[in-house]
Design a protein around this ligand. Sequence first.
Ligand code: ADP
Ligand code: ZN
Ligand code: ZN
Length: 725
Amino acid sequence: MPRIAKVEPLTQTRAVRGPFDYLLTNGLSRVDVGSVLTVPFGGRRVRGVVVGLAQESELAPERLATPLSALELGVPAGLVSLALWMADQYCSTPARALALVLPPGAADGRTGAPKTALVAELTPAGVEALSNGARLTQGQRAMLDLLRRDGPLPAAAAPLAHAGLRRLAGRGLIALGARVQERRPSTTAVGARGAATPRLTGAQASALQAVVERLDSASAQSSRGLLLHGVTGSGKTEVYLQATAAALERELGTIVLVPEIALTPQIVTRFQERFGDTVAVLHSQLGAGERADEWRRLRRGEARVCIGPRSAVFAPIDPLGLIVIDEEHDQSYKHEGDPRYDARCVAAQRAAQSGAVLLAGSATPRPESVHTLRRLRLDERVDGRPLPPVRVLDMRACPTLLHPDTRAALADVRRARAKAIVLLNRRGWSNFLSCRSCGHVWECPDCDVTLVLHRAAAQLRCHHCGHRRALPTRCDEGCGSVAVARHGTGTERLESELIEGLGSPDFPIFRLDSDSVSGKDGIAAVLAEFDAAPAGVLLGTQMVAKGHDFPDVTLGVVLDADATLRFPDFRAEERTFAMIAQLAGRAGRGPGGGRVLVQTTAPEAPSIGHAARHHADRFLEGELARRAALRYPPFGELIRVVCSSPSPGAALAAAEAVGERIAPSPVDVLGPAPLFRLRGRERAQLVIKAPERAPAVRAVGAAVDAVARRRAHRGVAFSVDVDPQ
Ligand code: ADP
Ligand code: ZN
Ligand code: ZN
């Protein structure tokens, strides 16, 4: 038995670098890699994770401390190595990375003890008593009958009072015992389509076969992952379902990553219908207890399929056969905390390390995935319906929010008693306010951005820091004019215009954005209402374009489609293409057919043109050629360093210093460039472009550490983002 546990303490300080040796005594049996211990550490007790075992330590045994206790369930050893890999890849610390893979609550000690309940169960003597005419009251007989028919029952739900149950238990006819009761998260069923397994189309069948071949091949470890590039409505989800079934047949578990659980209730419903209780759901909006229970079900192997957003990539499933990444183009797979991991890269690493198959799917895959994964195609919709025709409407000469053709199309939908989805990727009423006499523009006091008008709340809000203030009635920059102009349109104003122009009790207008709904249940409720309504409009931000499957939507509209293009980001084209193609995917899924209108002031932009003609391949070819020329991902690596500080000039100076330290290595350093002020802090960024990731991450990490230690840069915060999105 190993005597030494190498423990990584879960402290927040970057300066502490473990692991540290602890002496295992007989009291703590079954300590293994992945065990979660409480250990004495620098005069405190802290949680720590066992990252290795050894027979000998470099320190004498009497100098080693002994762990105080261990959690009953630790994490699978594979997740420990995954976390350590992540710490390295994303310029973070082992403690921060390990905190992501621990049982819910373990890092802060709130594990949510399992809830137990008293359960009644029929004994053999009880079965006997039912048939041999033993002396039983009517209530007692009914109770035993119920247990025979339905199996064990919580005492609280029994028709017999507690004393009555005790009496039966006393006669040995039933057994009463405390059982752990799992808290199962409830989900709103949206778009239930029945549990029957449909016959696959030819394209689906060959995609499935490719997955199954990898499941069965011993060399899955070394092979690349798979990319299911299927147009919207081509039945990708059905391939995920049957691939999961194939993994389960082989006693292997599956992780299904979805962009955001609230926006994808349909896929959860379909997995639960197909596989029942073996599906666990893990996401941050579950209660602490529910999350801990779902985690335990997975860890003990009672559940073998886990659906959730990016953090579900750490689900404690062992052995793992398959990781599905649905809508793999979605930006939510990137985590914005430390470590700034990308769940898609972590999934690829986890699949490689555990011999599982990686299956990423999208109608608008990323150029990176097209380049690195083996592509499986589903080029047609399951029902053989064509993709809806897309018309681009030039808004350069159109002063109104809606183009006349858009108005007419919406009126047609209303007349036909059908449904439309309208996307405007901007919240609020107006983007900004200005004074008509002096030109003053209302800005956030803490960020260099304009404040957005939210009319229902009678507030101006900063969309970056959350700052709010009351609506001004006159110019407060001294001029005092009451002529305040409102510029631009957001979803709130669009909703009001649509209600005025179209809405009626039998043609409801639903708005979906982060102001109009809160939480997972709020979003699911709006989607369910829209699904259930016989006709109407769903309008909102990007939320409305995510994988929903509403068969009766005949019109999709994108307003201000070039808004995403105006961001100075090399992924702007890709995002614009995906947004239009995804929205087009929501339309025309039923017998009513469908069409799509795209309003833009940049009708000649290639991303818009290709999306309108459904030319995914041509778009991807162009993007990959452009990126190869610029050495952008996947042909090079990008690392972003952001320095921020409340004192003027400090952020820029620190960024310069970091740049100077990195410069001697064979990488390109772009910048520093100032970013807009955020939450009262000036910011400056450096972008490092390098041919290879690992050495570049090391060089950047070392440079940041060195600069952060200098007194001259005290008070500056540094954030390193590997492969920024
Ligand atoms: P995608 O995920 O590619 O957008 P879905 O998986 O949502 O497509 O499939 C679209 C619709 O087609 C769903 O309602 C689904 O139940 C149905 N479907 C999928 N595969 C088949 C099949 N082989 N036969 C019949 N219907 C199918
Ligand atoms: Zn003014
Ligand atoms: Zn602000």
